[in-house]
Design a protein around this ligand. Structure first.
Ligand code: RB5
Length: 142
């Protein structure tokens, strides 16, 4: 799968480990930065990942900051982006099945690397269930 990923400095370490993991699993990962733990502004990276997803250059996006909150706020301002901030596998799976989330947001300061990888795995393995959920999505996608 083509996956666009981005972080700010607060999410840099987790992003690095996710890029390595996803690449080793055979995913085509587009790492849009940041490239160090030097302080940067999370909206700049959220916007880039959202653009890749909206332009169809990536099927899914992953955004990491300290808490995941700032990234999810920015991403959800983009029409057509449905970003889910998840702290466990159950929410990650349901964000796909019910909400058709196209961006997963994670908090590096909230999650351990093992749990984060497991959340990403659950999210990527899940797919949209459609039906009544599509009707609900349509109501906030106009
Ligand atoms: C950066 O210190 C921090 O505010 C950022 O990574 C994120 O947690 C914002 O929501």
């Amino acid at each position: 799968m083509k996956i666009a990923i981005g972080s700010d400095h607060g999410g840099f370490e987790l992003k690095k480990s996710l890029v390595a993991k996803l690449s080793s699993l055979g995913h085509e990962v587009s790492d849009l930065g940041c490239d160090s733990d030097t302080s940067v502004d999370y909206p700049d990276f959220a916007d880039q990942v959202c653009a890749q997803v909206l332009e169809g250059k990536a099927q899914s996006g992953i955004l990491v900051c300290g808490t995941g909150i700032g990234m999810s706020m920015v991403a959800n301002r983009h029409r057509g982006i449905r970003a889910a901030l998840c702290h466990n596998e159950y929410s990650a799976r349901l964000s796909r099945e019910h909400n058709d989330a196209n961006i997963l947001c994670l908090g590096d300061r909230v999650l351990g690397k093992g749990l984060a990888a497991s959340i990403v795995d659950a999210w990527l393995r899940s797919s949209f269930a459609g039906g009544r959920h599509q009707r609900r999505i349509d109501k906030f996608s106009r």
